[in-house]
Write a protein that binds this ligand. Structure first.
Ligand code: UD1
Length: 373
């Protein structure tokens, strides 16, 4: 039996990685069997810093790579080089990466080049189109080929991994986002938006950021939202803007002048959970929100053409509606005017987890190193 703590590096680049890794970092830090080092690539800046503060986490290293209008190549090259140097210095026994961002891919590759085992949190999500979502579908497939341990959230993601040729190291753990959400939802999260009276309107909470939606789809989405507001005077739209100017500038131009549209800075995670709890329904292209909203009993209409989370569709908590203006109007109107369809979606059971995924992951990594528990 190995008695000195095993050195583990946990990498985080973007806000959703920070949210989903927070419970994992906490659980590893609690365990005396591991010596845990947290590395931020800095792919995102303010949006990650908020999450780290919220979960009372401190990064040990920060590569601070973010540049305005960064390209995928910028992120990959800068993260790969920085992580390569750090892994040489720290010599971890395992590197944990999360999800499908460019940080996750670069971290897995940097570890692979030094023959360090990789554990992949949230493994096995798939669409059948490598270009959609772009570049995430390729990122997660590539990480699966490199990783030794695959922490799959659901039975479907286990099946996807088997189908993609992964032969061993697959474990179904649930999604760590539910661990994070339950921690925060318990705190009775506040959400005060200047000028918005939550009791006066049915609030539609929306987030949009995906690369596939840049350009024309984004303006179709905005037109759809305006039509919904016109058809339902008792609704308001709350839209926290992603920091990326490619998203925020056109949305501000198209929606900024409507009296019932509230365009705000990105909410911190507590406020976002508070807003989800108070809103009537969600219109989003985010992946994490599709997983979280069912735990809060809110229907989600997904502004994408494909999803790697069909579990939400099968459970009836979310519906894939794309970005067509008229479809957005029809689907949103159906939920706003038909209580029965609303209740059916709001009452469905969350298929993504029970809030104990992070502890399972720590145990599985301990088993991998034959530490016993
Ligand atoms: C990234 C992930 C995506 C994830 C999303 C969550 C990749 C390829 N994409 O996309 O999978 O769903 O994060 O948000 O890894 N910016 C800031 N401050 C911040 C964060 C972003 O100013 O705190 C701006 C910068 O101008 C940056 C831009 O946003 O250039 C885009 O960030 P980037 O990480 O390239 O892409 P995302 O669209 O955020």
């Amino acid at each position: 039996m190995n008695l000195s703590p095993i050195p583990v590096c946990i990498t985080v680049g973007t806000r959703p990685e920070a949210i989903k890794m927070a419970p994992v970092i906490q659980a590893f830090k609690r365990s005396p069997q591991f010596h845990t080092t947290v590395i931020l690539t800095g792919q995102h800046r303010e949006m990650v810093d908020q999450v780290m503060q919220l979960f009372e986490l401190k990064a040990d290293y920060d590569l601070a790579i973010m540049q305005p209008k960064q390209t995928l190549t910028d992120i990959t090259c800068n993260a790969l080089r920085g992580l390569d140097e750090l892994f040489q210095k720290l010599n971890p026994a395992i590197v944990l990466v999360q999800g499908d961002t460019t940080t996750a891919f670069a971290a897995a590759l940097a570890a692979f080049y030094q023959k360090i085992p990789v554990g992949h949190v949230e493994a096995g999500l798939r669409t059948d189109n490598i270009f959609n979502p772009f570049p995430e579908e390729a990122n997660r497939r590539l990480v699966s080929q490199i990783a030794q341990l695959h922490f799959a959230p659901t039975s479907l993601s286990v099946e996807n991994l088997k189908k993609s040729g992964v032969l061993s190291g697959i474990h179904q753990t649930g999604n760590t986002v539910i661990d994070a959400l339950l921690q925060v939802a318990d705190r009775n999260p506040p959400c005060e938006i200047p000028g918005l009276d939550w009791t006066e309107y049915r609030v539609i909470l929306s987030t949009v950021h995906r690369r596939e939606n840049w350009g024309e789809p984004l303006s179709d989405i905005a037109q759809g939202m305006l039509k919904v507001l016109e058809a339902f005077p008792d609704t308001a739209l709350l839209l926290p803007l992603h920091r990326n100017p490619t998203v925020r500038e056109p949305l501000t131009a198209m929606l900024g002048n409507h009296p019932r549209v509230f365009l705000i800075e990105p909410l911190d995670y507590v406020e976002l959970v508070g807003a989800m709890k108070r809103s009537y329904l969600l219109l989003t292209d985010s992946g994490g929100i599709q997983e979280e909203a069912p735990s809060l009993g809110k229907p989600v209409l997904v502004l994408r053409e494909t999803t790697e989370r069909p579990e939400a569709m099968m459970a009836g908590t979310a519906k894939l509606i794309g970005t067509d203006t008229d479809r957005i109007l029809t689907e949103t109107s159906a939920l706003l005017s038909d209580q029965k369809s609303y209740d059916a979606m709001a009452g469905a059971i969350n298929p993504f987890g029970d809030g104990k995924a992070a502890d399972r992951i720590v145990k599985l990594v301990a088993d991998y190193f034959s530490l016993g528990t």
